[in-house]
Write a protein that binds this ligand. Structure first.
Ligand SMILES: Cc1cc2nc3c(=O)[nH]c(=O)nc-3n(C[C@H](O)[C@H](O)[C@H](O)COP(=O)(O)OP(=O)(O)OC[C@H]3O[C@@H](n4cnc5c(N)ncnc54)[C@H](O)[C@@H]3O)c2cc1C
Length: 440
C-alpha cells in the first residue's frame, strides 16, 4: 500500500517543520530500520522528491538545510548511497506510480542499496556508445555485456542499468533504463583496488542476466532521457554547492546495511566514517587547512595565505551559486549549466585542497597510512594527526574531476547547451548504432 499521498508539499519554513517532526518522532532506541520507516514515508529522507514519491518537493538548498537540522538535532540522517541520490529521482521522474511505490519506498526506508551500471570499458564520456545489450525473452530481458567503475556494486541489491535494446536506431535512441536485481547468477562483480587502498568500484560482468519487463523505467528505447536525469542529479548532488539532499546517515541494503543497529548509536560516528562517492574531501575545507597551517606555523607565509583565501573564496562562490539558483528558480527561471558549473567548481576545490594540503605537509606528505595501524604509527612519528586526512584527500582528488562526467565533458556541455556554441560535427544522431565505428 502506498502512503505517498499522505505527504504534503513543503511548508514555508521546512527547517522549523522538520524540527517539530523530529521532536515527535526521533527515538534513539529505535533500530535504524524502524527509524527510516518513520523518516522515509514522512518525506524527510529525500525531501527534494515530489510528494507522490516520498518527498516534499523542496529545493536542493532547502533539503540541505533540512539534513543539517536533522544532524544538529542529534538524529540519524537518511540512508546513504546512490539509491537516494540517483535512482530515486530518476524513478520519480520517469517511472510509473507503481514503480515509485515499489522501488522508491525501499530506497527511502533503506531496505535496498543501489549501484549505477552506466560506464563500460569503451563507453565513459561517450556513454551513448555503450554496447551492453538487452534482448527480449517473453516477460523478461536477457542482458549481456560489461560495466566498469561501478561504485559500491559489491554492496548493492539493485542496479541502475542502461543497455542497448535497439542497435538499428541511432545511438541515443536505442537505449533503455532498467532496474536490475544484482543478486543473480548472471551478475559477477570483481572489485578494483584504487590508489587510496580502498575498493570502492568494480568491474561487473553481465552474462545472460535477467530483468523483468516491469523493471523498464520510462519508455522502451527512451533510456537516454532517463539516464540524463540520473546524470543531472549526480552532477548537482556531488558538485560544490550543489549539496546532497541525500547526505547519508547510515548504510542501507541487505548486504552492508546497518538496519538492525540502534539508530542512536550511529549518530556521532557516521559523519566521519561513512564512505561516499564524494570521498574524504568533505573534511578538507579551508578552515581545516587554515588550522593545519597555524599548527605548522605556516599561516604567515604569503603564498599559503593566498591559497587559503582562494579556497575560502571558491567555497563561498559555490554556496552563493546554490543560493542564486534557488532564487532564480523561485522566480520561475533557471540558470543553464549550473549543475555543470557546480561540478567543475568541486574539481577546482579538491585540486586546490590537495595541492595546498601537500605543500603544508612538506616531505611528510609523501607518507600515507593504508591501515589503522599504519595511520597510528604515522601520527606518532610525525606528531600530525591531520596527516591521513590530507594524504587521503590528495589520493582521492583525481576522482571528482572524472566521475559524473569529466571536466572536459562539463565544459563541452556548458559550451553547447548554455552558451549555444556549435557542436562538433558528427553523424551519430542519424546513423544506426550498428553502422557506427566502435572502440575496439
Ligand atoms: C571514483 C569514480 C567513481 C565512478 N563511479 C561510477 C559508477 O558508479 N557507475 C558508473 O557507471 N560509472 C562510474 N564512474 C565512471 C565515470 O563516469 C567515467 O570514468 C567518466 O565518465 C569518464 O569515462 P572514461 O573513464 O571512460 O574516460 P574516457 O571517456 O575514455 O575519457 C578519457 C579522457 O578523454 C577526455 N575526453 C573524452 N571525450 C572527450 C570529448 N568529447 N571532448 C574533450 N575531451 C574528451 C576525457 O575528459 C578524459 O580526460 C566512476 C568514476 C570514478 C573516477
Amino acid at each position: 500500500m502506498s502512503t505517498t499521498n499522505a505527504i504534503a508539499e513543503s511548508a514555508a519554513d521546512p527547517v522549523a517543520e522538520v524540527r517539530a517532526w523530529l521532536e515527535e518522532n526521533w527515538d534513539p532506541d529505535l533500530t535504524v530500520a524502524e527509524w527510516w520507516d518513520r523518516l522515509g514515508p514522512a518525506g524527510w529522507a529525500a525531501p527534494t522528491l515530489p510528494a507522490n514519491a516520498f518527498g516534499r518537493g523542496l529545493s536542493r538548498s532547502d533539503a540541505v538545510a533540512v539534513q543539517r537540522e536533522i544532524g544538529a538535532f542529534g538524529a540519524l540522517g537518511s540512508p546513504s548511497g546512490l539509491g537516494l541520490l540517483l535512482a530515486a529521482p530518476t524513478i520519480a521522474t520517469h517511472g510509473s506510480q507503481e514503480q515509485i511505490d515499489h522501488y522508491v519506498r525501499d530506497i527511502v526506508t533503506g531496505r535496498q542499496a543501489w549501484c549505477q551500471l552506466f560506464s563500460e570499458p569503451g563507453a565513459g564520456s561517450d556513454l551513448a556508445g555503450l554496447t551492453t545489450k538487452a534482448e527480449r525473452d517473453g516477460d523478461e530481458w536477457i542482458v549481456n555485456g560489461q560495466k566498469v567503475w561501478t561504485s559500491l556494486g559489491q554492496t548493492a541489491d539493485m542496479g541502475m542499468l542502461i543497455a542497448r535494446t535497439n542497435p538499428d536506431a541511432p545511438k541515443h535512441q536505442g537505449i533503455t533504463w532498467f532496474a536490475i536485481d544484482m543478486h543473480q547468477p548472471g551478475v559477477e562483480l570483481r572489485p578494483l583496488v584504487e590508489m587510496t587502498g580502498h575498493s570502492m568500484f568494480n568491474e561487473v560482468f553481465l552474462t545472460d542476466a535477467r530483468v523483468l519487463n516491469d523493471a523498464v523505467i520510462g519508455d522502451l528505447n527512451a533510456g537516454w532521457a532517463a539516464a540524463n536525469t540520473t546524470l543531472q542529479n549526480e552532477r548537482a548532488g556531488l558538485g560544490a554547492g550543489g549539496g546532497s539532499g541525500g547526505a547519508g546517515g547510515a548504510m542501507p541494503g541487505t548486504v552492508a546495511g546497518q538496519l538492525d543497529l540502534r539508530a542512536g548509536d550511529l549518530v556521532p560516528q557516521h559523519a566521519a566514517s561513512t564512505p561516499t562517492k564524494a570521498g574524504p574531501a568533505r573534511t578538507s575545507g579551508a578552515s581545516m587547512l587554515t588550522e593545519l597551517a597555524r599548527g605548522l606555523g605556516k599561516h604567515t607565509e604569503p603564498t599559503i595565505r593566498q591559497d587559503l583565501a582562494r579556497l575560502h573564496t571558491l567555497d563561498a562562490v559555490a554556496r552563493y551559486n546554490g543560493q542564486r539558483l534557488k532564487a532564480t528558480r523561485a522566480a520561475g527561471d533557471d540558470i543553464k549549466g549550473m549543475a555543470n558549473i557546480s561540478k567543475l567548481l568541486m574539481s577546482d576545490v579538491v585540486r586546490l585542497s590537495r595541492d595546498l594540503g601537500l605543500r603544508l605537509l612538506g616531505a611528510s606528505g609523501t607518507l600515507h597510512g593504508y591501515t589503522k595501524e599504519q595511520r597510528a604509527a604515522l601520527d606518532e612519528a610525525t606528531g600530525n594527526p591531520m596527516l591521513a586526512i590530507v594524504t587521503g584527500t590528495a589520493l582521492y582528488a583525481q576522482a571528482p574531476p572524472i566521475y559524473g562526467g569529466t571536466d572536459e565533458i562539463q565544459r563541452n556541455i556548458i559550451g553547447e547547451r548554455a552558451l549555444g556554441l556549435p557542436k562538433e560535427p558528427n553523424n551519430d544522431k542519424t546513423t544506426p548504432f550498428s553502422d557506427l565505428p566502435k572502440n575496439q
